[in-house]
Design a protein. Structure first.
Lengths: 327, 340
């Protein structure tokens, strides 16, 4: 495990890779090269995905949201799986069936991202339940947004996990807006730690733009879960730099607020810290950019070379064991 | 069949063990839990209480609280957690106490469990069972008596069964637990104390197979769950005036075993679909439509449906009985088919 500034360098590289991958996705979208126009990017929120996933072991589970490209890549999902999925190709993570909102990578313990706000929280809870029941030292981490935290299912799951002492970390990735509704209109109690206290579990509020702070808080939470000391509710304050989707110009947001958050771009902050620590010079960082650009170009080429998902395929695969006329 | 030797009149005879529907379901749970450590049970009051209808009585004592999990009151979480556990290696059996409560679980069943396998390109599957009971019988009122099976048969990705006999219940529950897809297992509150032939450990009823509960030449009655007994009683009465009714117990509602239905209807030319659920949009509409599409020219009478009216069920045992088709109504419906 890299310590200190070496870790920061690695995490910076991962954040940069996610940023560039999502910029590539938006470019492909504008060029009409994706199979769907439904696409939510996490630009501005990369530190949460990267900081949390870095704290996990290879056997741990991650469950994610409709804004889940970053979680998928941070967990080790292959970039061609992302690009090809969005292009509707067989080489996609879900063979072109799921699209932007349903990335999955079971080889890396990624149990899927979900298009129903909060709908995946019980699935992550169940993965933690089975880990506990079967005595496997696995931790289940679930990313969800501020919007999901006002859904009833959030309460059902946090409370049950608390009562059962399950090995799970609830990561409330608070990008300040449930689509257009600001956090101040979603809740009268902005602190996630205070909410956690009401469930009788550990809770922490962390600066979601500071990847090392997220990493540290996630490390504590994951180890708590692995020790058998129960769940943590981890609130990471972050910001979605772009609109909810391509169709959203964010007219409901204060432009000064947007500017203030953009001053706290997690990638810029990490880059500044790297320079201050003297562990990466301009040439290093440039080499990182180049390597990522090459990887993305290769992924796009590989995705485009993969056959498109077909209507015949869309007519099958509903069941693991089809019976009768089932497909 | 499980047969136990007994002594009768000095000779050894074979007597078939009798068992209730409730105990037969419990046998399936116990045997599958004994045979497969991946099988766990979770739900409200399934452990210490033994299940609201006493189906899981004794399981907590036998298997412990890691495998028989008393959950909080949180229906969507129960089914979602079963799904998550299933996705990573368990074979959970979740219990939702009343079909009416399943409305709280629709996202987890319809958007999550039914879609998991296909949506993730086959990377994940959901070998889980959701046990639920429905129907009238206790005057339990509009929020504890509904029959909502048609909703789930309408959702691709789910398998749905509704057995009527202790043997079918055990065999289908075993099949459901061993199946790699999510299965909704629908019990009926009036069936729990009904007795029937007991079956052994190896008795598995394949999902997707209907069963002819009574062979007959003149009219086919297609039904399931508790209405099977209404149909059989009506058939016995009709037999006394020479009408020979075939009763098909669908047992599985998704996928429908239409081959068995069509084979029978082709022969009889007269079809009644009978169910406890409301008429409009009930599963009878689908079965009637398929029979009509396939056998239009071969039928001797238009397909008939006999079902509950489109009203809420009152908390009144006499009124709920009056609203659900009974033996008299079934006899009359069959006779009207013979007249046309």
């Amino acid at each position: 495990m890299p310590a200190g500034s070496d870790r920061l360098r690695a995490l910076y590289g991962q954040m940069l890779r996610i940023r560039r991958a999502e910029e590539k996705v938006l470019e492909l979208l504008l060029q009409n090269r994706l199979s769907s126009t439904m696409c939510h990017v996490s630009i501005g929120q990369e530190a949460v995905a990267v900081g949390v996933c870095d704290a996990l072991g290879p056997d741990d589970y991650v469950s994610s949201t409709h804004r889940g490209h970053g979680h998928y890549l941070a967990r080790g999902g292959p970039v061609v799986g992302l690009i090809a999925e969005l292009m509707g190709r067989e080489a996609g993570a879900c063979r072109g069936r799921g699209g932007s909102m349903h990335l999955v990578d079971i080889a890396h313990g990624h149990l899927g991202s979900n298009a129903i706000v909060g709908g995946h929280i019980p699935i992550a809870t169940g993965a933690a339940l089975w880990a506990a029941v079967s005595g496997q030292p696995r931790v289940s981490v679930v990313f969800f947004g501020d919007g999901a935290s006002t859904e009833g299912i959030f309460h059902e799951c946090v409370n049950f996990a608390a009562v059962q002492g399950l090995p799970i970390v609830f990561v409330l990735e608070n990008n300040q807006f449930a689509m257009s509704l600001p956090w101040s209109r979603s809740t009268l109690e902005p602190s996630i730690a205070v909410k956690a206290a009401a469930y009788g579990i550990a809770g922490v509020d962390v600066d979601g733009q500071d990847v090392m702070a997220v990493r540290a808080a996630a490390g504590v939470a994951v180890e708590r879960a692995r020790r058998g000391d129960g769940p943590t509710l981890l609130g990471a304050a972050t910001y979605r730099f772009l609109g909810h989707s391509r169709a959203d110009p964010s007219a409901y947001r204060d432009k000064l607020e947007e500017e203030r958050w953009k001053q706290r771009d997690p990638i810029v902050l990490a880059r500044r810290a790297l320079a201050e620590a003297g562990v990466a010079d301009e040439a290093d960082l440039e080499a990182m950019e180049t390597a990522i650009a090459l990887e993305l170009d290769a992924a796009v080429a590989e995705a485009e070379a993969s056959p498109p998902a077909t209507i015949e395929e869309a007519m099958t695969g509903m069941y693991a064991t089809p019976i009768g006329g089932m497909r | 069949m499980s047969e136990t030797p007994t002594r009768a009149g000095g000779a050894v005879a074979l007597a078939i063990r009798s068992i209730t529907y409730r105990d037969s379901i419990r046998e399936a749970l116990v045997e599958e839990m004994e045979d497969d450590p991946r099988v766990i049970i979770l739900g409200e009051d399934v452990g210490r209480y033994g299940g609201a209808y006493a189906v899981s009585k004794g399981l907590l004592e036998q298997f412990g609280d890691r495998r028989v999990i008393d959950t909080t009151m949180a229906e969507a979480m129960i089914v979602g957690a079963a799904l998550g556990a299933a996705a990573v290696g368990a074979r959970p059996v979740a219990e939702i106490m009343y079909m009416d409560f399943i409305t709280l679980v629709m996202d987890q069943l319809v958007n999550q469990a039914a879609k998991l396998h296909v949506m993730f390109g086959g990377q994940l599957s959901a070998p889980m069972v959701v046990r639920v009971q429905q129907g009238i019988g206790r005057g339990a009122g509009p929020q504890h008596s509904q029959s909502l099976e048609a909703w789930f048969a309408h959702v691709p990705g789910l398998k749905t069964v509704a057995p009527s006999t202790p043997a079918d219940a055990k065999g289908l529950l075993k099949a459901a637990i061993r199946d790699d897809d999510p299965v909704l297992f629908i019990e009926h509150k009036q069936l729990y104390s009904r007795k029937g032939d007991a079956v052994g450990r190896d008795h598995v009823v394949p999902i997707g197979s209907a069963d002819v509960k009574r062979p007959g030449r003149d009219v086919t009655v297609v039904t399931w769950s508790n209405m099977v007994y209404t149909a059989l009683a009506a058939a016995e009465r009709l037999a006394t005036d020479g009408t020979d009714v075939e009763v098909i117990d669908m047992r599985t509602l998704a996928p429908l075993d239409m081959e068995t239905v069509l084979t029978s209807c082709r022969r009889t030319g007269r079809v009644l679909v009978l169910h406890e659920a409301c008429r409009t949009g009930g599963l009878g509409a689908e079965i009637a439509a398929q029979v009509g599409e396939e056998l239009h020219g071969a039928l001797r009478a238009p397909v008939r449906r006999l079902a509950a009216p489109d009203v809420a069920l009152p908390a009144n045992s006499a009124l709920e009985r009056a609203l659900i088709p009974d033996e008299d109504a079934t006899v009359e419906a069959v006779r009207s088919l013979l007249r046309s």
